[in-house]
Design a binder for this molecule. Structure first.
Ligand code: PRP
Ligand code: URA
Length: 209
């Protein structure tokens, strides 16, 4: 079974509290989503393979380490996952970026797919799927199913807040995918929103409410 990691770093927890606050405006919300994504990527990439290279410093030749292989692809789930891309590519500028467009039908809560464009060489890459919210898990499960059809080296799912219901569903559907989140909340309400959560992530990032 895949790992579930709840990131308890004080910086992440502090920033998450600002995101949750209903008085946090769009500009600050967007900035903090990006910062949290960067901190999460920093930790989630700690097991990337390294290779030894020789580097000539002004003084001598040094045995150094570099990340080996084609490495990473980030795949945000539109819309809200887009808010995490800047932070991620700040740390890994060479990563390729795919996009999966999904929205939750408000009545059925089922994901509806409207876009999928992934890097051509994704089979040589470790993929990080980005979405701030894991609620029922439907969107994440669907996105990962699409990505798996292209046989990437590995997949990790990064979200800012997860609900227990979504975690359970995602682990059952994709037991090989590690899940990394900043907060694990209490439950979903009758409208499928995470409690206490932060509201509608897409609307808060893009100011559409
Ligand atoms: C939100 C969120 C996830 C999804 C989570 O997107 O960004 O993609 O809901 O819910 P689930 O786990 O129950 O599938 P939403 O459907 O609101 O679309 P948006 O990002 O375009 O606003
Ligand atoms: N999507 C969101 O944006 N927020 C939730 O609480 C649940 C799904």
């Amino acid at each position: 079974m895949a790992k579930v990691i709840v990131m308890d770093h004080p910086l992440i927890q502090h920033k998450l509290s600002i995101l949750r606050d209903e008085n946090t405006g769009t500009n600050q919300f967007r900035g903090i989503v990006s910062e949290i994504a960067m901190l999460m990527i920093y930790d989630a990439t700690r097991d990337l393979p390294l290779e030894t290279v020789l580097v000539k410093t002004p003084i001598a030749v040094a045995e150094c380490k570099k990340i080996s292989g084609k490495t990473l692809a980030f795949v945000p789930i539109l819309r809200a996952g887009l808010g995490m891309v800047d932070g991620a590519i700040n740390l890994v500028p060479a990563a390729k970026i795919g996009h999966i467009g999904l929205y939750r039908d408000e009545e059925t809560l089922q994901p509806v797919e409207y876009f999928c464009k992934l890097p051509k060489d994704i089979e040589h890459r470790d993929v990080f799927v980005l979405d701030p919210m894991l609620a029922t898990g439907g969107s994440a499960i669907d996105a990962i199913t699409q990505i798996k059809k292209r046989n990437p080296l590995s997949i990790k799912f990064l979200c800012i807040i997860a609900a227990p219901e979504g975690l359970k569903a995602l682990q059952a559907a994709h037991p090989d995918v590690d899940i990394i989140c900043a907060g694990l909340d209490s439950h979903l309400n009758e409208n499928g929103y995470i409690v206490p959560g932060l509201g509608d992530a897409g609307d808060r990032i893009f100011g559409t409410k």
